[in-house]
Every structure is written in structure tokens, then in C-alpha cells.
Design a protein around this ligand. Structure first.
Ligand code: HEM
Length: 436
């Protein structure tokens, strides 16, 4: 995984080196062991070194949920999320943070409250149409899920979605992920590099979004009675059109790769766990798709517990601090793993078992609160977590209500631990529920 090196201004590879796991010495075999089985390597290091250990040349790994919680809460002050991966890591993290937070605040109104019911209706119809278009044939789950998710989220966020937008968003998101996954991260000015290609795709996305914003500001777009995310961004009195476009772009860029991975795992659970699809179907029949769907939501949460798409996260240390007994400072990183926290037997009973029921027992769910971070936490918690949960719940309910779901051919649910977690091979097929 490529990470940011704040001191050197250049990206570098995370070098796995756990004090204790290798007797305190950097060994080439550690890098090899980590590449082969990152989770196995980290679990072993946790077993040998305890909850916290030095990891690589300039990182500290945190395995204690309360320490992770503190770091998430302090993000924006003592710690930063990574810098802009496309500007050669030159940007000032404080300025970037200020811009992001402003966009987030303005966007909040468009992702909740008033926009919610109209947006949810548009989103459901989009999901329904997309599921129907793919029904009756084998579908490569990871290949299609991101598109399903981003089209659904775009329908939620925008009253009318320009034809070019979903494809440009897909290309930009996939290429940005390619930058994160690149084995040799080269700067964006190197022609043909992953970052160069990503920057071109991001520009193409920016251009279509600039048109969307201009059109809306001119009032030329069809009258729309339902307020949407863009309305919320444009009613921020201080925001220029450029800032509204930037905030919109920031938010919708999150709708593709990560939610797609989440939906892929959810499809795996629905297709392979006996009885789950039937129970989701029964709940939707009893409560309707507009109401609360506690069991279906529990299925989604449990799938996100076992398979958090963002399985490893980092924070850059901005100011000198003490974390879990370690003195850290600028140039160092903190690393933690939602995947490992969410499968830790100290916080979860039968941690590796798929048990949606644990989410229906409030005391259990509350006890493990800090050990459940599929959407991160603190000020930089996923900007779309409510929408993410809603779209997964609605997709599960629609699939169960209208289709039977099964796997096709060889299935290999071994996770690939890249920047997002996806199963190695999963093809699914859904067919209309036979009329009774
Ligand atoms: C199930 C679906 C989703 C999951 C599991 C998820 C997970 C995450 C995680 C873990 C982060 C934080 C990464 C980090 O701190 O390193 C994040 C950030 C973000 N997500 Fe999501 N996400 C989902 C859906 C969405 C949706 C639907 C949107 C847009 C509407 C979205 C927009 C964002 C944005 C804008 C950020 C960056 C927030 C910031 O840095 O301030 N996400 N997401």
C-alpha cells in the first residue's frame, strides 16, 4: 500500500517492520511475510508485541480501540488524514483540512433531513432499474457493484444526473484507487504514471461537474421541487460556484469504489448464507421499503463488520504527541485496522461468525462501539455513512423482495488486501422470484 511521507514530500512504500515480530531488526523476510499475508503478519505481531508496536521505519500500529478512537477524535488537530495524492504531496494539510471541512459542513444538509426522503425515492428507483438490467445472467460482483452504488448515490444526490457523469466518476474513482495501489508510486507529472492518468480523469470529472453547477446557477435546469445535495451546497452563502463544485466532487468521489466493495461482500452474504435472504424478504414484506428495516440493517452492519472495505487506515502525525505510550511527531504515521478490531475476540463474541442478531441486542452493540469503525470516526468520519447504510439496506431489501440470489461457478471469498478489501472471485446471479 502506498502511503504519504510527510517529511520527505514523496510517497513511499509502507515497510513492514514490527519491533518484536522480527526481534527488533528490519528483515527482508518481514516485507515478504507482510506482502504474502498482511492480516496474518499483523495478527502475529499483535500477538507477540501487544496492542501497540512500531511498524515500518516511521509508523506505530494501534490495536486498542480506545487509542484508535482518540486518534480519530484528534484528527484535524494532532493528526491528519493523508495529503492530496495528485498534487505531488505539496499541499498544506491545514489548508486542505479547512477546505474539506467547509465542504462537508455545507454538504451535510443535502445528505440528511429534508433531502432524504426525495433522494431516497430517486435512489430506490435507480437501484430497482439497475438490478432489473443485470438480472438473469452471471454478474461479476466486484465489477458491477461500484457502478450500481455510484449510480444509486448520484440519483440520491442530484435531482437530474447528466448522462456523462456516472462513467466519468467511475474512471476517476478507479484511477485514484490505482494510485493508492501502485507498487511504484510516481508523481502525476510523469506521463503514463497512475497519478498522471488519474489527474486526467479527475479533470474530465471536474469539467462535467462544473457544467452541472453552472446550469443549476443559471436556473436553466428543469424546475425541481425536491431539494438536493447541490442545492444545499449552493445555498452556503460564502461558497463560490467553484467551491460548491469542489465539495460536490469531494462527496461523490466517495460513492464508487468503497461502497462497491461493501456491496460485493453483502451480495456474497446474501447469496451464500442460508435463510438470510428469506428473512430480509419477510421483513420487507411486513414493514415495507419505506419503514425501518432493523434485521436488514443488522445484516448490512454485520457484513461491514466482517468485511470492512477500508481494512487498514493511516493518520499522519501533525504535532508531537504521546500515543499509547509512544512519543510520535511529524514525519510519523499511525496505522490501525478496522478489519482486525472488528474481529477481535476481546470485543466480539464468536468474532468470525456472521451473526446479524448481535446488532439487535443493544448492550452488545454498545460494548463494542469503539471496535466498530467501517466508516472511520471523529470529524473525518465518512461523509456519506448514512447514505451508504441506506443504499446497502435498500439494495438488500430490493434484491430479496424481487429476486432469488445465488452464486455462479467457482467462488473464492479469500479477501484481496489492497486499498479496499474485495473477494478474490465472486459471480452472482439473481432471477425474478417466481409468481405464486
Ligand atoms: C458502505 C459504504 C461506505 C463505506 C464502508 C465508507 C467508508 C469510508 C471510510 C472508512 C472513510 C474514511 C477513510 C479514512 O479516514 O482514511 C470514508 C471517507 C469518506 N467517504 Fe465513505 N464510505 C461509504 C460510503 C460513502 C458514500 C455513499 C459517500 C458519499 C455520499 C462517501 C463519501 C465519503 C467521503 C467524502 C469521505 C472523506 C471524508 C473526509 O475525509 O472528510 N462514502 N468512507
Amino acid at each position: 500500500m502506498a502511503v504519504v511521507d510527510p517529511a520527505g514530500g514523496q510517497p513511499e512504500q509502507l515497510i513492514p517492520w514490527a519491533t518484536g515480530a522480527s526481534g527488533g531488526q528490519w528483515r527482508a523476510s518481514d516485507a515478504y511475510a507482510y506482502e504474502q499475508d498482511p492480516v496474518g503478519f499483523l495478527s502475529e505481531a499483535l500477538g507477540r508485541c501487544g496492542d501497540t508496536f512500531r511498524f515500518g521505519r516511521n509508523a506505530v500500529f494501534l490495536g486498542d480501540p480506545d487509542e484508535v478512537h482518540t486518534v480519530l477524535t484528534e484528527t484535524g488537530r494532532a493528526f491528519h488524514t493523508g495529503r492530496d495524492i495528485l498534487d505531488g504531496f505539496r499541499s498544506n494539510p491545514d489548508e486542505i483540512t479547512a477546505l474539506w471541512m467547509r465542504g462537508r459542513r455545507a454538504g451535510r444538509a443535502g445528505l440528511t433531513a429534508r433531502a432524504a426522503s426525495a433522494g431516497a425515492h430517486r435512489m430506490r428507483e435507480r437501484i430497482r432499474a439497475d438490478l432489473a438490467a443485470l438480472a438473469g445472467r452471471p454478474v461479476d460482483a466486484a465489477g458491477e457493484a461500484s457502478g450500481l452504488c455510484s449510480r444509486a448515490a448520484l440519483a440520491y444526490c442530484l435531482t437530474s444526473v447528466p448522462d456523462a457523469l456516472p462513467a466519468r466518476l467511475a474512471t476517476a474513482s478507479e484511477r485514484l484507487t490505482g494510485v493508492l495501489d501502485a507498487t511504484v508510486p510516481l508523481p502525476a507529472w510523469v506521463p503514463g504514471s497512475a497519478a498522471h492518468r488519474a489527474r486526467a480523469a479527475v479533470r474530465a470529472l471536474t469539467s462535467v461537474l462544473t457544467d452541472v453547477v453552472e446550469e443549476r446557477r443559471r436556473g436553466g435546469e428543469r424546475e425541481h421541487a425536491e431539494p438536493d445535495l447541490l442545492d444545499a451546497l449552493l445555498t452556503d452563502a460564502d461558497a463560490s460556484a467553484r467551491e460548491a463544485r469542489a465539495a460536490l466532487q469531494m462527496i461523490i468521489t466517495g460513492t464508487h469504489v468503497v461502497p462497491g466493495a461493501a456491496l460485493t461482500w453483502l451480495a456474497a452474504e446474501l447469496a451464500t448464507r442460508e435463510g438470510v435472504l428469506d428473512s430480509v424478504r419477510a421483513e420487507a414484506a411486513a414493514r415495507g421499503l419505506d419503514g425501518d428495516l432493523p434485521y436488514t440493517t443488522a445484516v448490512v452492519k454485520e457484513s461491514l463488520r466482517l468485511h470492512p472495505p477500508v481494512w487498514l487506515m493511516t493518520r499522519d502525525v501533525a504535532r508531537t504527541a504521546k500515543v499509547a505510550g509512544y512519543d510520535v511527531g511529524p514525519g510519523e504515521q499511525l496505522v490501525f485496522s478496522p478489519y482486525l478490531l472488528q474481529r477481535d475476540a476481546r470485543w466480539w463474541q464468536e468474532p468470525d461468525r456472521f451473526r446479524p442478531g448481535r446488532w439487535l441486542d443493544e448492550s452488545q452493540a454498545r460494548r463494542a462501539r469503539h471496535a466498530y469503525i467501517p466508516f472511520s470516526g471523529g470529524a473525518r468520519i465518512c461523509a456519506g455513512y448514512r447514505l451508504g447504510l441506506l443504499q446497502l439496506t435498500q439494495t438488500a431489501a430490493l434484491l430479496a423482495t424481487e429476486y432469488t440470489v445465488g452464486t455462479v461457478g467457482d467462488v473464492d471469498l479469500t479477501p484481496t488486501y489492497e486499498s479496499v478489501l474485495v473477494p478474490t472471485a465472486l459471480r452472482v446471479r439473481w432471477d425474478p422470484v417466481p409468481a405464486r
